[in-house]
Every structure is written in C-alpha cells, then in structure tokens.
Ligand binder design. Structure first.
Ligand SMILES: [Fe+2]
Ligand SMILES: [Fe+2]
Length: 356
C-alpha cells in the first residue's frame, strides 16, 4: 500500500474514498462489527426515520406533571382500599425495573447487532425514553413518599414480577456474546427471539395489565398525575413496539431462510407462555378485583392484545378474545388523547396516528 494511502486509513477501518454510500446497499444487519461513522444519509428505511421524528415530537419529562392531587389522595386513608393500594404499588414495582431492563437490552444487545444507521438513530432515542420512564417511577415513588427500596426491589421479592423479568432477561443472555454470528440461521433466530421477547412481549404484552389498571384509576380522576404519566409512557411504548415489529419483519424479509415453520411455532409457544405469565401477574395484582377490573377480564384483554401482536408478525391468532376495554383504544389515539383525563396536558406536536 502506498505510504499516502496508509496515512489516510484509520485504525477503525475508516478510509478516504470517493465511493459514496448508496441506499441500495444498506441492510439492517451486516454482521460487520466494525467501527465506522454510522453514516445516516442516504436513508433507506424511511419508517425508522419517521419513528424517530414522531418520538422526538412526543418529548415529555415526568417532572412537568404535577403530583399534588396524587399526594393528597395517597395521604388520605379513606381514598383507597387496601386492594387498590396493593395493585398500584405492584404496578409501580413492576414498571420501575422493567424500564431499565428494556433500556439495558437496547444498549447492550440490540444496538450492537443492528448495523443500519437510521435504525440506530431510533434506538438511541428509544434508550433515552427508557431512561425517562425509569425517572418517572423514581419521581412517583419520591412524590408519594413510598418506600423506594420496596418498589425498586419488588422484581426479586414478588414471584410474578420475577418470572416476567426472567422471561425477558433470558433472551438478553444469549446475545451478549460478541462473537455471535448473525450470518447463521441459529444466530439470526436467537436475535429475532430477543427482539420478539422485548418489543412484542415485554413492551407489547407485559406492560398492558399495568396500563389498563392504572388508567382505570385515571378514568375516575384518581391518581391523575400518575395516570397522565402512564398515558405518555403508553404512547411511547406503542411507538417502541411498532418500530420493533417493523424491524423484525424487515430482518425476516431480508433473511427469509431464518423464518422457518419450526421457528414460527416456537415463537408462538413463547408468546403463549408470556400470556400465561401476564395473566398470573394480573391475578396476583387483583386477587378480588377493583374498579370493575378482575383477573378474568384482564386475561381476555391480554389474550386480545397477544392476537394483535401475532397478526403483526404474520402469525396466526391463538385466542380470538374480544377486547373488554375498548376505551383503551382511545388512549392510544393521539387525536383524542389531549382531553382524556381533563388534566393539564402538554401540547404535543405529532399528529401521526399509531396502529394499535
Ligand atoms: Fe419504557
Ligand atoms: Fe419501551
């Protein structure tokens, strides 16, 4: 190599060239594992860029939301039954560490495997949102003077939360190995299993008993600050899930050999297992039912949303349950969202409808 060229080559594999990057050559996974500048333009996957723009337009911070009424209500011994306090604390406990678990998986696993710059741009934004969500539960626990160690340790003291977290984390373990080869069917399937465990199961199923229950309090003007924050988290999570499903489906489209009948059946069984874990969690949260909610209705709801997720992965429905909470669809609909709880709501810019 001429001396001049050697000087222009960087140790990370970067070199000077007039051969410009073309969108046609971009792929989600290159299995390159080289350090480069992560060149964003030209953008090939416009959906990833638009998810990033939508996420930025939805920016919010938990500290913008007043907790005054929540504090007054929580301090009033008459305001909640023991069962109501139990389910509120359980959900705060679950979310407080589930959010960090998702953030960890993005940074430690997904970001390394996904080479495409526009997808990485979204992943960086999502990782920040997970940090905001964790901040939210710290802010809630502090505002309500809850025992923070009780809330943040619940994942290892409560069996139902532990089992949900264990389900997700077992899928991070496998792809922490930096030598994992995504050019093999086995390697790629392991990565897709991780993406489904996080985007479809954790963010798309495990969060939903908590969303329904907490938002049911909001519908009665109880815990309005917490519920406003949960509403924003739900909207963020809907984008996370939709991005993740698009990512999974694009990887499958680019590598169809990995989406075998056997692997599809395995993923269906994993999703069905996740539904059972979520139903067990709902049962423990609501042993007697509150606010017109009970474990039976939550089972129907969890099965209903699991079918929606399966459909988006082009997999067959398993339950055919009816949605017992049609009002949840309104919370997802951004156009109606502003008046949902009639609280002070920050004006958000986005008008893009999300698919439910
Ligand atoms: Fe989150
Ligand atoms: Fe998320």
């Amino acid at each position: 190599m001429p001396e001049e060229s050697k000087q222009k080559e960087c140790s990370g594999g970067l070199r000077m060239t007039r051969d410009r990057v073309s969108a046609d050559r971009k792929r989600i996974i290159l299995n390159g594992r080289t350090v480069d500048v992560n060149q964003l333009v030209p953008i090939k996957y416009k959906w990833a860029w638009h998810f990033y723009l939508d996420a930025c337009a939805n920016h919010w911070m938990p500290t913008e939301v007043s907790m005054q009424r929540d504090i007054e209500q929580w301090k009033n011994p008459q305001a909640f039954t023991d069962d109501e306090r139990h389910v509120i604390k359980r959900n705060l406990g679950f979310f407080s560490t589930a959010e960090t678990l998702v953030g960890n998986n993005i940074v430690l696993s997904i970001y390394k495997m996904v080479d495409n710059p526009e997808c990485r741009q979204y992943l960086l934004r999502q990782a920040f949102e997970e940090a905001i969500h964790v901040h939210t539960f710290q802010y809630i626990a502090e505002s309500l003077s809850l025992d923070e160690t009780e809330i943040f340790n619940m994942y290892r003291e409560n069996k139902e939360i532990y089992e949900k977290d264990e389900f997700s984390m077992s899928c991070t373990d496998g792809i922490m190995d930096v030598t994992m080869d995504l050019t093999t069917t086995e390697g790629l399937q392991k990565f897709i299993e991780n993406l489904i465990a996080f985007y479809v199961v954790t963010e798309g199923i495990f969060f939903y008993s908590g969303f329904v229950t907490m938002l049911s309090f909001g519908r009665q003007n109880r815990m309005p600050g917490v519920c406003e924050q949960i509403q924003y988290i739900l909207r963020d999570e809907s984008i996370h899930m939709n991005f993740g499903i698009q990512l999974i489906n694009t990887i499958i489209e680019e590598n169809p050999y990995c989406w075998t009948a056997e692997f599809k059946e395995y993923m269906i069984q994993r999703i069905k297992r996740a539904v059972e874990l979520e139903c067990a969690y709902a049962q423990e949260c609501l042993p007697r039912g509150v606010l017109g909610l009970n474990a039976t209705l939550l089972r129907e709801y969890v099965q209903y949303i699991a079918d929606r997720r399966l459909e988006k992965l082009n997999l067959p429905q398993q339950y055919k349950s009816i949605n017992p909470f049609p009002w949840m669809s309104e919370v997802i609909d951004l156009k109606k969202e502003k008046n949902f709880f009639e609280t002070r709501v920050t004006e958000y810019q986005t008008g893009g409808a999300l698919e439910w």
